[in-house]
Design a protein around this ligand. Structure first.
Ligand code: NAP
Length: 212
């Protein structure tokens, strides 16, 4: 993975390059807004894009420890690998022009702010770690979503629910997060001083996220 970092006085975001996907642009146009003209796919290959905060090692260690406690309690499923642990701010989906997205992201300014792990929860069989409901985090997500919207770049407009996915298709004896796991919530934090445009591809052994 190649990445370069652009630093601004108050905020930074990370950038690098390239392709693949499955939701079509026309589906996105229907769901999320403007979309890409029919036929654009034939000229430039779409990429599955999202915008995320990369986590530091302290947070990843806490989350990996939590995943291990889950396994110890008999939880099975598709555990997010260490290198894939992240916090998504906005999901764009299939889009052919990451450079255009990068240009928009460059306009988003914010002051660095702290986040910390805060509890756990689930969306069905997807289990996640939560974050403190920091206003700064919500404000960053809001600001960058506004910038995408103003630029006509489609994204999923569902309400922002800050979470870090730990395991998908989770199952265990009771079908709920075991009490033993909940008793020891993960602890850790970091200062957010940049965010990244990410590309998601299906790899042989799971999803591959690449910082663009
Ligand atoms: P992903 O779907 O590319 O998602 C990357 C990130 O964006 C994750 O943080 C995900 O949140 C978030 N996200 C995805 N769709 C979203 C939406 N509609 N609204 C808001 N946030 C969204 O990669 P993944 O999450 O690792 O893969 C999940 C499933 O997608 C897998 O079962 C995979 O097979 C399937 N899938 C992947 C591709 C691909 O080419 N990458 C294509 C089609 C289907 P969560 O962590 O909460 O999911």
């Amino acid at each position: 993975m190649s990445s370069s970092k652009t630093t601004f006085p108050t905020s930074t975001w990370s950038s690098g390059s390239s392709p693949a996907g499955s939701i079509t642009c026309n589906e996105l146009a229907g769901c999320f807004g403007r979309g890409v003209p029919a036929g654009a796919n034939q000229q430039r290959k779409d990429m599955r894009l999202f915008i995320a905060i990369q986590l530091n090692d302290e947070m990843k260690e806490a989350l990996a420890g939590l995943q291990q406690r889950m396994r110890d309690q008999g939880v099975q499923g598709n555990f997010t690998r260490w290198e894939n642990l992240h916090l998504t701010l906005a999901f764009i989906g299939e889009y052919p022009d990451p450079e255009e997205v990068k240009d928009v992201l460059e306009t988003v300014r914010f002051e660095p702010f702290p986040i910390s792990l805060d509890g756990m929860g689930s969306f069905g069989n997807l289990w996640w770690a939560g974050l403190d409901g920091s206003d700064a985090l919500r404000s960053l997500a809001k600001g960058l979503r506004r910038a995408l919207a103003e630029a006509g770049i489609p994204f999923d407009r569902k309400k922002f629910s800050p979470h870090i996915t730990l395991v998908r298709k989770a199952y265990c004896r009771g079908r709920a997060i075991p009490e033993e796991v909940l008793r020891e919530p993960p602890r850790g934090g970091m200062v957010v001083d940049h965010f990244s445009l990410m590309r998601s591809d299906r790899g042989k052994h799971g999803m591959i996220y690449t910082e663009l």
